[in-house]
Write a protein that binds this ligand. Structure first.
Ligand code: ARG
Length: 659
């Protein structure tokens, strides 16, 4: 039951005699900010009055006159410039709660028409260790896939693994020059990871050295720009010119600062290598490492037997590594079609683009020029290598032919926006205009200092370590002896471990999902596992309380299927407020799909858990004034439990019966 849509249908009927196309006006139903005005407000009278040349309040009265909402609403009230306030009738709410008790879907309707939606998510570049940045795509994509699927759409999940790029050039190079075949055979995952780290560090060192070369000159230039700008400021008396002179000074200073901090981070990178004699020697022996790595990658792509053999040997280990994390996070995919899968299709893609006149030669490379962008999309480099973009065009073609989707969602970092803008522009030009393609972009995970999250050594924090920390912290917070003393019968170790794991993993996922995906957020384990505030532990605890009450009542959640027929009214405002939240579940789910934003469901959960807390504080269930009232309250408890459990599961988060 989507209440605003349900009301819109009534409004559409009422508006039909006033306007030819009532749908856009009928759908202008919003929840009220202040419950004293009712539950929803219809905002159609104001815009429609302009179109019809009528007074908005008069028009609102006219609409109300024609509106048939007697069975569900109290008589509508007109307020302000022409808002129509709607308050749902108690009898209607109780009827809905009764229906909800016998509906597994908690009254969430099944989408019609049903859409076929591909969700491309997680998609890490394997061969390098997964870090905290990967959590966002994985967690957001999984939540979207689950929610959209639950709404009744057909969802196809695809992990577009980076299993073919430079990262393999890196480990192949590492293996050939630093690898110990015996060690790699025995312990492939950590060995390959350390080879990756080593070679990557050597590459970074080379890049840093090169960038640092030009830096003194740039710094000197920036310094003199600042000095010049300062002199201009000092010499200027005219207030108007002074303002612009000060502006130039500020921007010169900003530039200087940026260069200085760049110099700082470069010298740190260089220092890391140069302070370690072994590393330094390796760096000097492999001064050509970055080119050599590219060559290894090219050789792999061209089918060089040795490199292909190594790739075939390494890939399963890289996959094992990420699969372990997926298992821990309880994330699955229908398909894992990595970049390597599309490699044979790439020449055909370039050929087709050329044939259509979309791609052409430019200084030896093949490029697609798009009017709306400054830089073209390169689809084949001068040396014959294909690019990430070429693979994405091939992927798109494959998906269209194979799956015939209505929508494709790419859950990928905001930094790739330009890539996707171009990809979608190309897609339109090759006849894919009927598919809705969305870059579901997201921001960066920051440390508590506001900078991208890093460990002391400067590398990104590994995902597994983070999950371990979260579980450990959850154990301390949730399972502390004071809390546990009150739990009867006591928890055994298996239960404690399960609680810590459920809360710890939930904390990481929930914290990520609670921020709007496009904003950056600061990672703080302490806040994430807290029992108070907008955290998974708070929601999971609310759920556990519902289960505690049901246990005391001697009933299982599924056994609560009715409310005593004598109940015709609420006895406390907290009951009604909670009931309203429960009946708005579908609204939250639909907005997750509409905006591709799981935080809408998180906000909903938090609101619901808070409403439940108020209800708990004010309404006795087991010691209610009468059996009839007890049955209403027990129904609210059971429904709260069901809605929370279901909603959390759509976010990929589990619950425990007590904590
Ligand atoms: N492997 C890429 C990365 O880590 C993300 C791939 C996203 N999906 C896609 N179809 N481009 O940056």
């Amino acid at each position: 039951m989507h209440l605003p849509n349900f009301l819109s249908v009534r409004f559409a009927d009422a508006l039909r005699t006033l306007v030819d196309d009532p749908a856009p006006f009928a759908s202008m139903i919003r929840s009220t900010n202040d419950p004293s005005f009712g539950d929803y407000q219809a905002n159609c009278a104001m815009p429609l009055s302009k179109q019809l040349g009528k007074n908005p309040r008069d028009l609102a009265a006219e609409i109300v006159e024609r509106l048939d909402v007697d069975t569900c609403c109290e008589p509508p009230e007109i307020a302000g410039p022409g808002f129509i306030n709607l308050r749902l009738k108690t009898s209607f709410l109780l009827q809905q709660l009764r229906a909800m008790l016998v509906d597994e879907r908690c009254l969430v309707s099944v989408a019609n028409p049903k859409r076929k939606v591909i969700v491309d998510f997680s998609s890490p570049n394997v061969a390098k260790p997964m870090h905290v940045g990967h959590i966002r795509s994985t967690v957001i994509g999984d939540a979207l896939a689950r929610t959209i699927g639950f709404l009744g759409h057909e969802v196809i999940t695809d992990n577009h693994l980076g299993d073919w790029g430079t990262q393999f050039g890196i480990i192949i190079y590492g293996y050939k020059h630093f690898g110990d075949p015996e060690k790699v055979a025995k312990n492939p995952v950590p060995e390959l990871a350390s080879l990756y780290r080593l070679v990557n560090q050597l590459i970074e060192y080379r890049k840093a050295k090169r960038a640092a070369e030009g830096l003194p000159a740039q710094l000197a230039e920036a310094k003199s720009e600042v000095e010049n700008a300062r002199q201009t400021v000092d010499a200027t008396t005219d207030p108007k010119t002074l303002k612009s002179a000060k502006k130039s000074l500020a921007s010169a200073q900003k530039k200087q600062q940026a260069l200085q901090s760049q110099a700082q981070s470069l010298s740190e990178k260089i220092e890391q290598v140069e302070s370690d004699p072994t590393l330094l020697a390796q760096a000097n022996d492999h001064s050509d490492v970055d080119h050599a790595v590219l060559e290894e990658t090219v050789k792999l792509h061209q089918g060089d037997a040795e490199n292909l053999e190594l790739w075939t040997q390494f890939l399963p280990h890289c996959k094992d590594e990420i699969n372990r994390i997926y298992k821990r996070l309880n994330v699955t995919f229908d398909h894992t079609l990595g970049e390597s899968f599309y490699h044979p299709l790439l020449p055909g893609v370039v050929e087709e683009l050329e044939k259509r006149g979309l791609a052409r030669d430019s200084e030896g490379a093949v490029c697609v020029f798009l009017d709306e962008f400054n830089a073209p999309m390169i689809v084949r480099k001068k040396d014959g290598a294909y690019l990430y973009a070429t693979t994405d065009i091939a992927t798109l073609k494959y998906r269209l032919e194979e799956f015939k989707p209505d929508e494709i969602l790419y859950v990928v970092d905001s930094r790739q926006s330009e890539h996707f803008d171009k990809l979608f522009a190309v897609a339109k030009r090759i006849g894919m205009q009927d598919v809705k393609m969305v870059h579901v972009n997201f921001g960066t995970v920051l440390g508590e200092n506001g900078k991208p999250l890093k460990t002391r050594s400067g590398t990104l924090i590994g995902l597994e370590g983070l999950l371990d920390d979260a579980v450990q912290r959850a154990r301390e917070v949730v399972c502390n002896p004071e809390r546990l003393d009150k739990i009867d019968p006591p928890m055994d170790d298996a239960e404690l471990t399960n609680v810590a794991q459920t809360v710890g993993h939930g904390a990481i996922k929930y914290a990520d999902l609670s921020h709007h995906r496009t904003s950056d957020y600061s990672f703080s384990l302490d806040k994430m596992v807290a029992l108070e505030g907008n955290t998974s532990a708070y929601i999971q605890y609310a759920y556990a309380r519902t289960q505690g009450i049901l246990r005391k009542a001697g009933q299982r959640e599924q056994e609560v299927t009715s409310i005593d027929p004598q109940v015709t009214d609420f006895t406390h405002p907290a009951e009604r407020a909670l009931a309203m939240k429960l009946l708005r579940f579908e609204e939250a789910l639909v907005s997750v799909h509409q905006d591709y934003a799981p935080n809408a469901l998180v906000d909903y959960l938090y609101e619901t858990a808070k409403a439940y807390a108020v209800f708990n504080d004010n309404c006795h269930v087991l010691k209610a004034e009468s059996d009839a009232i007890a049955s209403l309250r027990l129904a609210l408890v059971a429904l709260t439990g069901r809605v929370i459990r279901l909603a959390l599961s759509l976010l990929g988060i589990n619950t425990v019966p007590r904590m």
